[in-house]
Design a protein around this ligand. Structure first.
Ligand code: ADP
Ligand code: MG
Length: 444
């Protein structure tokens, strides 16, 4: 039995911490931690992500030991639960459309691309936490961080958010944010001017290097080597590198050495946001632009534009311009009239699980019942994975629901099937064609 309750111990620890760390540090790391009110014998802390937990244990273990009780085995009577972050509340809008250019460090960051303006949802929560964790402790956790995902899903936004955060909270760190194309141009200029040593010195003296769109390094063999050398030089000194790409490392046409380096740290995917998140993003962006759209209207748009966030933003810009010009209030009718040609055909209106099952069953000569069954025989399990892949690609529904339609499988089974087939398509031309054909048949 404890003499003090876990909550009291924690409160004392918090008071102590307020004095011993900086206000920013306290605000970012300690303040978000909450005590689970049901903790009895041990202290259960609710943390927003794994990075906060690691930060606490790595930096304050000694202090924790002073304040918190230990168990019979000498270990701290402490455990953690990771709580899903709450939807972000829109901050007051600051509109600065032009990128901020810091001449001294020659990097330009879009002032809008901050963590505060990044809306979290189930498909980007993990990558955002990883980016935030790295921004808080550059070079001390995952290195490199490799962010991949489709167009317009927030990769550059997250990269710049790291840049802003480091610039603000780690003022001494030398940071450089560059697109891969700019890196290549830089390299060409320096080769031409015979100033490679200067360039090397510049890059190798950085503390944080943020590289956008590494896919542009593909088939640029000469540049790849120089990039790889810079990369290794930085990583070996524990300098932080963050890379974005439209594909995971393994699918990039780069040397094995380069791919292996990029897989060293943490590879995180940013996915297409679900409906709720799209609504929250729209409302946040509208607020930033200083316009009002109702939840109903945001919902109406988000239901019809779902491939990427950039398109959502484009729709919003158009709507704003139109409603301002015409002096109209933004209603569903106005939205329909102004945006109808941008609306995407919802794939789930036409493609159903039944159709996918039938189509795959014909393609591979197996029964629909088998596809929904539990057999692990390869001639059945493989077509089942293909059907799962198609379901995730073509039907805009939760993984859980889709998986249930396969005879009650779990969402992680479906996700793994999707991942496996996605990877296989990259190297198996025949499978790629087969799936393309199935897609065309299903969608028409
Ligand atoms: P990518 O680099 O992946 O192609 P960007 O980072 O350029 O995409 O994002 C495209 C636009 O969408 C940007 O204006 C960005 O602010 C916005 N955006 C993407 N994801 C989010 C999000 N989760 N919350 C808020 N805005 C987002
Ligand atoms: Mg980008």
């Amino acid at each position: 039995m404890l003499t003090k309750t876990p909550k009291q111990c924690w409160e004392e620890f918090i008071q102590f911490m307020e004095d011993c760390c900086s206000a920013t540090e306290f605000q970012n790391w300690i303040a978000p931690i909450k005590v689970d009110p049901h903790s009895n014998d041990e202290l259960v802390l609710e943390v927003p992500n794994i990075f906060v937990q690691e930060y606490l244990l790595e930096n304050f273990q000694k202090h924790l030991e002073n304040f918190l009780p230990t168990k019979d085995n000498g270990k701290l009577a402490l455990s953690f639960v990771i709580t899903a972050p709450k939807k972000q509340v829109a901050l007051s809008p600051v509109i600065q459309p032009n990128p901020v250019v810091n001449e001294k460090q020659t990097f330009s960051l879009n002032s809008q691309y901050t963590f505060e303006h990044f809306i979290e949802g189930p498909t980007n929560q993990f990558v955002k936490s990883a980016a935030f964790g790295i921004a808080m402790r550059p070079g001390k956790s995952y290195n490199p961080l490799f962010i991949h995902g489709g167009v317009g899903l927030g990769k550059t936004h997250l990269l710049h958010a790291i840049g802003h955060y480091v610039k603000k909270n780690h003022k001494r760190q030398k940071i450089h944010c560059i697109t891969t194309e700019a890196f290549i141009n830089d390299l060409v200029d320096n080769l031409r001017n015979k100033s490679m040593d200067k360039m090397k010195r510049f890059y190798r003296n950085l503390d944080v290097l943020l590289v956008d769109d590494i896919q542009f390094l593909q088939s640029r063999l000469n540049f790849e080597e120089e990039f790889c050398n810079t990369f290794e030089a930085l990583i070996n000194q524990n300098k932080q590198i963050v890379i974005t790409s439209d594909k995971p490392p393994g699918q990039l046409k780069l040397s094995e050495r380069m791919i292996a380096r990029m897989e060293w740290g943490l590879v995180a995917n940013v996915g297409v946001p679900d409906l709720e998140t799209r609504v929250a993003i729209l409302q946040h962006k509208a607020e930033q632009k200083g316009i009002q759209i109702s939840h109903k209207v945001a919902f109406f748009i988000a239901e019809r534009i779902f491939h990427n966030v950039r398109q959502l933003e484009g729709a919003l810009n158009r709507l704003t311009a139109f409603s301002r010009m015409m002096g109209l209030e933004v209603t569903e009718e106005v939205v329909e009239n102004t945006l109808s040609e941008l609306f995407q055909k919802a794939p789930n209106r036409r493609v159903s699980i039944d159709n996918i099952l039938k189509s795959v069953s014909i393609m591979f000569g197996v029964g629909v019942k088998d596809l929904q069954g539990a057999s692990r025989a390869k001639n059945i399990a493989f077509p089942r994975q293909v059907a799962m892949y198609l379901a995730k690609e073509l039907i805009n529904d939760s993984l859980k629901k889709l998986a249930a339609a396969f005879g009650g499988k779990t969402h992680s089974t479906l996700f793994h099937a999707w991942k496996k087939i996605s990877n296989q398509i990259a190297s198996d031309e025949m499978l790629r064609r087969q799936i393309q054909m199935a897609r065309r048949n299903l969608e028409n």
